[in-house]
Design a protein around this ligand. Structure first.
Ligand code: SF4
Length: 84
C-alpha cells in the first residue's frame, strides 16, 4: 500500500508538505531529539501564509499537507489561525 503511494507521488511529481509549526515539545521521547533543541520556536503567521501560497501555486500536485514534522504542533498559539 505505502509503496503504491510512493510510486504515485514519484510518477506524478506530487508534493508532500510537512510543516513544522512548532519545534517546542513537552514530551521526552527517547527516539526523538526535538526536545533537545536549545532555542525552539513557533512558526509565524507570515511564514505559514507563504507556505500556503506555495501549496496553492502547486494546487494540482499537492498530495498531502501535514501539520507535523517535528515538535508538538498544538503548542503553537497560532494553530487555530493557521487552520482557519
Ligand atoms: S516531537 Fe514527538 S517524538 Fe519528539 S519528543 Fe515530542 S512527542 Fe516525542
Amino acid at each position: 500500500m505505502i509503496l503504491k503511494k510512493v510510486r504515485n507521488v514519484l510518477r506524478h511529481d506530487l508534493w508532500d508538505y510537512k510543516v513544522t509549526v512548532s519545534s517546542f515539545c513537552s514530551a521526552r521521547c527517547e527516539s526523538c531529539l526535538t526536545w533537545r533543541i536549545k532555542q525552539p520556536k513557533y512558526m509565524s503567521f507570515e511564514t505559514f501564509k507563504e507556505i500556503v501560497k506555495d501549496a496553492v501555486r502547486n494546487k494540482g500536485k499537492v498530495f498531502q499537507f501535514h501539520f507535523y514534522s517535528i515538535g508538538e504542533s498544538t503548542l503553537n498559539p497560532l494553530l487555530q489561525q493557521f487552520l482557519n
